[in-house]
Design a protein around this ligand. Structure first.
Ligand code: FAD
Ligand code: SIN
Length: 538
């Protein structure tokens, strides 16, 4: 038994763990290696309105709030937005204390160098060149490793949450721990804790083309759903406008390398194959409009011209491109593309889940003792479309708030009700090799279905088709799951199918277009839909 069980090792999980270790024992489990997370892949940076002497004098918290609300298309929870924006500067200090080395201005090294991205009215994005996520993740991992009280279990896959509700109680629903597969030994352990922090990140892998790493399979969302937690706004899947279009790649890296929005923030522009800056026809802010608008403009342009991609012209940056974005430049060169010679071919790809497990402003879910932090959570910050670089920030701020709330409600040492006996995990039979093909086929069918039918532009018809296919896939996956020894592949497929079904159900309920949910059947935004889509399994 640990005082705290943290599931996930991105910014949300590790920043919580480091702080919680001052108050009790912490077990962090992560399904791969510690550095395998979306956090480590983040490029652009983390947004924050810094103290007056360090920020753009024209900027302030009210403007960051206004930009976030504007991007969120009427669905942001304003109280949450204010809290996250106002607590940003403090959490940046914390990251710096843990060793994160953000870039400073060359002319005045006492000031951070601040970048800009789509939808931001001012420069307020701290970064470490174009590998901000790697810098943050490394400093968190190093700090966590040397913090007493933290036990780190890599290659430990959380299969399901254990709650009193799942064990049959109808009067008391609280968390007891999780069943966890140790991947190297195939052993399923029961890890108990009265305080579980879910920090499992997003679900980009429900789509064929995504900027996300392989770990983003919606596990936390699906586990919470099965445990009966409320889930909100999963129809709002944000597509990043500028993923490198790489037809030569046939493996999983095809269409997955992100070209940061910060490149546009420094002056790069999106053009079609005739060099026309087409986004201006959709929004006066052009290439730096919020993401949903830019992604849709690209989708429209690709469909209009029949071209497979559009282009990002970095020539306005001159030498600044290679100085500020060395990782992007080098990676593109490794794919055979020199951005200094030719505009970068780009397409949109699934990037971020704006919805998630419903929490209050202190990360508390609808299940007692279960907290959700980071991309897996729905706090109301992002509304229908997340403002760029607000998610690393949210993970860090909400981790602090979660800990403060736990210390207020039931700190370690405070007596907690007795736990009912937890049944030990029972394994099925091994999957015969000739059946593994079924798993890979289902995985592929799922991701293709989502890509083709539940993408940037939707229709009732496409959503119906997707729902029909998902029904079959759910049935098949149930057979794989109950008949076989669990493996990470089966577990991820099970979670992807559950997450995709929730996305489709949510999208079918929203009969309007708003933010990153756009449907040809209901092209307008309607005030009667100005509320969250909340689902719960009964
Ligand atoms: P993650 O960092 O994704 O961590 C989730 C962790 O949970 C991982 O360690 C994973 O292995 C683990 N996990 C998942 N399931 C299980 C399970 N069943 N059992 C055990 N462990 C599990 N946001 C910004 O604000 N600024 C940016 O510049 C930016 N750039 C981005 C660039 C890219 C390419 C991508 C993909 C995303 C970017 N984002 C950016 C989004 C941002 O990175 C994520 O939203 C954020 O890092 C999420 O943090 P997290 O801690 O919630 O989850
Ligand atoms: C990017 O660098 O373009 C990603 C930023 C984000 O997703 O917030």
């Amino acid at each position: 038994m640990s005082d705290f069980l943290v599931i996930g090792s991105g910014i949300a999980g590790l920043s919580f763990a480091i702080k919680a270790a001052e108050h009790g024992t912490v077990t962090v489990i992560t399904k791969g290696k510690l550095l395998e997370s979306n956090t480590a892949w983040a490029q652009g940076g983390i947004s924050a309105v810094l103290p007056p002497e360090l920020r753009d004098p024209a900027d302030d918290c009210a403007k960051h709030v206004a930009d976030t609300l504007d991007a969120g298309a009427g669905l942001c929870h304003e109280d949450t937005v204010r809290i996250v924006v106002e607590e940003a500067a403090e959490t940046i200090e914390e990251l710096v204390d843990w060793g994160t080395d953000f870039d400073h201005e060359e002319e005045d090294p006492s000031r951070f160098s601040l970048g800009k991205e789509g939808g931001h009215s001012h420069r307020r994005i701290l970064h470490a060149k174009d590998t901000t996520g790697r810098e943050i993740a490394t400093s968190l991992v190093e700090t966590a490793r040397k913090t007493a009280n933290i036990t780190i279990l890599e290659n430990h896959y959380a299969i399901d949450l254990i709650t009193t509700g799942k064990l049959g109680s109808v009067t008391d629903d609280r968390i007891l721990g999780a069943y966890v597969l140790e991947i190297e030994t195939d052993e399923v352990k029961t890890i108990t804790s009265p305080r579980v922090i879910l920090a499992t990140g997003g679900c980009g892998k429900t789509y064929l083309y995504t900027t996300n790493p392989d770990s983003s399979t919606g596990d936390g969302l699906a586990m919470s759903w099965r445990a009966g937690a409320s889930i909100a706004n999963m129809e709002f899947i944000q597509f990043h406008p500028t993923c490198f279009y790489n037809p030569a790649a046939s493996g999983p890296e095809a269409r997955s390398f992100l070209v940061s929005e910060a490149v546009r923030g420094e002056g790069a522009i999106l053009v079609n194959d005739e060099g026309v800056e087409f986004v201006k026809e959709h929004d006066p802010r052009g290439s730096l409009a919020p993401r949903d608008i830019v992604a849709r403009a690209i989708d429209t342009e690709i469909k209009r011209t029949g071209a497979p991609c559009v282009f990002l012209d970095v020539s306005p940056l001159g030498d600044h491109f290679t100085e500020r974005f060395p990782f992007i430049h080098e990676t593109l060169l490794s794919y055979g593309h020199n951005a200094l010679e030719k505009p970068i071919p780009v397409v949109p790809a699934a990037h971020y889940q704006c919805g998630g497990v419903v929490t209050d402003m202190n990360a508390k879910t609808t299940i007692r003792g279960l907290y959700a932090v980071g991309e897996v959570a729905f706090t109301g910050l992002h509304g229908a479309n997340r403002l760029a670089s607000n998610s690393l920030l949210e993970g860090n701020v909400m981790a602090r708030r979660a800990l403060a709330e736990i210390m207020r409600l039931y700190p370690p040492g405070k007596e907690i009700p007795d736990a009912p006996e937890i049944p030990i995990w029972e394994s099925g039979n091994a999957a015969p090799p000739d059946e593994l093909v079924n798993i890979y086929h289902a995985w592929d069918e799922l991701r293709r279905t989502m890509q083709d039918y539940v993408s940037i532009v939707r229709t009732d018809n496409r959503l119906r088709r997707a729902a029909y296919r998902l029904k079959n896939l759910r049935r098949e996956v149930k057979e794989f799951y109950w008949g076989h020894t669990v493996t990470p592949d089966i577990l991820e497929l099970r979670n992807l199918v559950a997450t995709a079904s929730i996305i489709i159900d949510s999208a079918q309920l929203r009969k309007e277009s708003r933010g990153s949910h756009h449907t040809l059947d209901y092209p307008n935004t309607e005030s009667r839909f100005e509320s969250d889509t909340v689902l719960r399994r009964f």
